[in-house]
Design a protein around this ligand. Structure first.
Ligand code: AMP
Length: 172
């Protein structure tokens, strides 16, 4: 586990609400050496795997996803909060700790058989990534893996993504 990278991620207690320790990756992103190392370590895993598209989840997943896509010579597809994408979309609604949320993807973003890497910063309960998995499957995408900078192990989010492989650079 890359301990130096883990150390540079900032813990923000009680954000966005009491009792949650928020893993703030902005401190990693702004450090040139750490950012490059994170992208190199994550992308290395997928070199030669024929990834067609990286699907990045709003908003920090855009940063991770775009960097991975560039390194892999793949395209980047963005999954956004409702009402942000201009063309026809598919929508997935999922449960949060408090209430519900939705995500949208352009209907023509993925074609049948495309090899897909789903990317986000933190895997917590897995609800968000599971919604994206659902969208990608509905469109016929072939999910190669779901990749995260870090995973909050105690929440067991990877269970929600089964049977798809999950990779995280570090565990919290
Ligand atoms: P979940 O659906 O519970 O897996 O939550 C995942 C989404 O919420 C990701 O997009 C994360 O960026 C964000 N998130 C949830 N919990 C945390 C946390 N403790 N620290 C940082 N980000 C979090």
């Amino acid at each position: 586990m890359p301990q130096k990278l883990k150390k540079i991620i900032r813990d923000v207690p009680d954000f966005p609400k009491k009792g949650i320790v928020f893993k703030d990756i902005t401190t990693l992103l702004k450090d040139a050496v750490s950012f490059q190392r994170m992208v190199d370590l994550m992308s290395h895993r997928y070199v030669g795997k024929g990834i067609d598209l990286v699907v990045g989840i709003e908003a920090r997943g855009f940063v991770v996803g775009a960097a991975l896509a560039y390194k892999l010579g793949a395209g980047i597809v963005i999954v956004r909060k409702p009402g942000k994408l201009p063309h026809k979309t598919y929508k997935a609604t999922y449960e949060l700790e408090y209430g519900k949320d939705s995500l949208e993807i352009h209907q023509d973003a993925i074609s049948h058989g495309h090899k897909i890497l789903i990317a986000d910063d933190v895997l917590a309960t897995g609800g968000t990534a599971a919604a994206v998995v659902g969208l990608v499957k509905k469109m016929g995408g072939n999910i190669i893996e779901c990749a995260f900078i870090g995973e909050i192990e105690a929440l067991n989010g990877r269970k929600k993504l089964e049977p798809h492989p999950v990779f995280s650079l570090m565990k919290f």
